[in-house]
Design a protein around this ligand. Structure first.
Ligand code: F6P
Length: 342
């Protein structure tokens, strides 16, 4: 059987570990052959392929990024996108697709399978950890580790100058990275997209931290928003998903904190550093297991499914379950962490 593999959406540490596991097990146990589609769905639509076999996956386990390249191309937004994918699958004699991606990539896989009968198996990835139906996505642990290390480092410089250090982490719609790294790094304020924040309350926490002779660290997810409607309208933009956002919320927050508390504030935006470089051991473990189970699903003809982590088991769920709704931070969990604020 010939299997197509693609990686779509924002890249993420661990993608190569999945590709390696799929190809190694597929070749050695099931006698599969592989073809890599370049840059996610773009390669499938345009017939842009790379050879994929054991030699191509040698040495890639610890490498960040993806050897297949990635893009946010959506075939349903391309002219004759689905027809072209079908033609290319026939041309390259591909009988099944392993689609490794987040909400958008998997949404396409679910539709291609459900509405057009294209045999797809999904593998969930995102550093944001906001996909339903899996306890964790790979890439998240690496991102949290990088953000935590940054927060640790920012503590010492904040204290030397008695400044407020605002750290902006990724997470447009979910605050998982902010919550986990903020807790692990001992932040004094954590702000997430799921809960609008009260600027007066944030400033009160900052002030109380200074009163205790410490310099505060404020971790803010890029999608976090203040409560004040007018302020938001003045500075907000609408992102490509139609969500209202304050682009540069970290900078904005530092300016407001400085103006309101009279304390010097600085911002560090971690950005794509959280997505680059080598995956953590946990992410290698999870990505490898996802890959092994994905090729099992292909071999068994169990299409329209996505591999997922439940506890310590890898299970299969309908791909559509993962994309129906984002997994966001529960208010009770956020309240639990709030005991450390201020
Ligand atoms: O979904 C992963 C993610 O890293 C988000 O946390 C972030 O908002 C977004 O991708 C950034 O996307 P891009 O790299 O396309 O700017």
């Amino acid at each position: 059987m010939k299997v197509g593999v693609l990686t779509g959406g924002g890249d993420c540490p661990g993608l190569n570990a999945v590709i390696r596991a799929v190809v190694r097990k597929g070749t050695q146990e099931y006698g599969c052959e592989f073809v890599g589609f370049k840059d996610g769905w773009r390669g499938a639509v345009e017939g842009d392929t790379v050879p994929l076999g054991i030699p191509a996956v040698r040495g890639i386990l610890p490498r960040g990024g993806t050897i297949l390249g990635s893009s946010r191309t959506n075939p349903f937004k391309e002219e004759n996108g689905v027809r072209r994918i079908k033609e290319n699958l026939a041309k390259y004699e591909v009988e099944a697709l392993v689609a490794i991606g987040g909400e958008d990539t998997l949404g396409v896989a679910a539709k291609l399978h459900g509405e057009y009968g294209i045999p797809c198996v999904g593998v969930p990835k995102t550093i944001d950890n906001d996909l339903s139906a899996t306890d964790y996505t790979f890439g998240f642990d690496t991102a949290v580790g990088i953000a935590t290390e940054a927060i640790d480092r920012l503590h010492t410089t904040a204290e030397s100058h008695m400044r407020v250090l605002v750290v902006e982490v990724m997470g447009r719609h979910a605050g998982w990275i902010a919550l986990h790294s903020g807790l692990a790094g001992g932040a004094n304020v954590i702000l997430i997209p799921e809960q609008r924040f009260d600027l007066d309350q944030v400033c009160a926490w900052v002030t109380s931290r200074f009163k205790a002779s410490y310099a505060p660290i404020v971790v803010v997810a890029e999608g976090a928003m203040p409560r004040d409607g007018e302020m938001v309208l003045k500075d907000a933009t609408t992102d490509s998903f139609g969500h209202v956002r304050l682009s540069g919320v970290g900078e904005w927050l530092a300016k407001e904190i400085e103006a309101r508390t009279g304390k010097e504030a600085r911002t560090t935006v971690l950005g794509h550093i959280q997505r680059g470089g080598t995956p953590s051991a946990f992410d290698r473990w999870l990505a490898t297991r996802f890959g092994l189970h994905a090729i099992d699903a292909v071999h068994e003809g169990d299409f329209g499914k996505m591999v997922a982590l439940k506890g310590t088991d890898i299970v299969r769920v309908p791909i559509a379950d993962a994309t129906a709704k984002l997994k966001t931070v529960d208010p009770a969990l956020y309240r639990e962490v709030g005991v450390f604020f201020g």
